[in-house]
Design a protein around this ligand. Sequence first.
Ligand SMILES: Nc1ncnc2c1ncn2[C@@H]1O[C@H](COP(=O)(O)OP(=O)(O)O)[C@@H](O)[C@H]1O
Ligand SMILES: [Mg+2]
Length: 466
Amino acid sequence: MLHQESQRIWIGSCEDKTPVYLLPSMANRHGLIAGATGTGKTVSLKVLAEGFSDLGVPVFLSDIKSDLSGMVSPGTETDAINRRLDMCGVPKEQFQYTSYPTEYWDVYGEQGIPIRATVEDMGPLLMSRMLNLNETQSGVMNIAFRVAAREDLPLEHLQDLKNLLIHVGENAREYTLEYGNVSAASVGAIQRAVGVLEDQGGDVFFREPAIDINDWIQTDPADGRGKINILCADRLFNNPTMYSTFLLWMLTKLYELLPERGDAEKPKIVFFFDEAHLLFNNCSRPLMEKIEQVVRLVRSKGVGVYFITQNPADIPMTILGQLGNRIQHALRAYTPLDQKAVKVAAQTFRTNPSFDTEEAITTLKTGEALVSFLDEHGAPGVVERATILPPQSFMGPISEEIRRMIISSSPLKGKYDDESDPAGDPGAQEQPTPPVPPVPKVPSAPQVQEMDPQRFKLINGQWYYF
Ligand SMILES: Nc1ncnc2c1ncn2[C@@H]1O[C@H](COP(=O)(O)OP(=O)(O)O)[C@@H](O)[C@H]1O
Ligand SMILES: [Mg+2]
């Protein structure tokens, strides 16, 4: 939530109830949310995302377990949450259970608005990663893209890529002289990999119309809050390479298309990357360099990137060093290897004389974290031990029925449909929502299983539960 006087993002409070804030002007200096499973990472992410939205900053989140989807509906009051609010020193009247302007996206077009790209748009580096190509094969892929550009060959669908590879294979001798070795074996291996990608449903992604990133950078017309874009990634996540490549592509897209902007009072969009360690698995050197470069430079375009992972050691040092805002939840320290990881995590913080960082990391409770954010000069703040605030929106998934209803009424519904793709219109079977008279905000929704879709109403572009 926003701290009322300072308009900073209030993430949690120290034991003496001193608030811990994230400065909006430093939010594009990236961040890290780390901690073992079940320690509170997703909830911390939610609290941050809500804060950005309140500031009018849209966010993009990848949702692997569907536990972010509930942000479309208000949270529920419980004794545990009331106790937490007390511990954090949040005046009860300032804490509103509320829904957020949410848009669901899905690469497969099943659980959200489809996100599509062309093969050309993906580029040879990411395409090679998606296809798990080795260095030699990636080299051939690179040549194929150059041939397509020079000869003005179409490169939208996977079929175009297959045709291109045949063309390159047939004229291998000519291209070898000009660009370097193009062997039949490499071309064949790439063709096979494209076939596997097609079998995995990868062709659904390479269709028109391609995404317009401005659709991610939206605010709610009714109240100016930033849109919460949720990438429904449970199916995508079954293929970790595809998942990480896809998110990387989205980030690259923002980097390529957004104009340079100097220091600003708040970011233009914030991107949260869950299970971030996957990004660096099987990463070729050129791709690694590209990731480092994108993360470093995207900042000046007003894009903040927040990685969520179990252990800071999962992130290469060159990237870790660029993540200025840190939230470290508990880590286990059973084995010597665990203990080493705790040490490494502790060393990334500016010490606080009032406690031992290393010991704190292993004794943090659920929803408690070590927090260090950048100060107004861009220097890391002294680490604080903080109880994280509860989110204002619903903690948990929404039902399939409600999801469909929300997708059907999205202003983007239909915009990215592909006539040839039956999955491209996820809300197709739904009845339109009946018009409803304007009614004031109503506090909270019950648990998922009790939610009645009939009681969700769309008023001025925002969903309310009655
Ligand atoms: N800040 C918080 N406020 C309220 N409950 C929390 C908070 N942090 C964690 N919890 C509780 O702990 C559970 C696990 O947290 P979660 O964020 O899903 O862990 P992780 O993402 O690290 O696996 C949540 O479902 C919630 O019940
Ligand atoms: Mg989680």
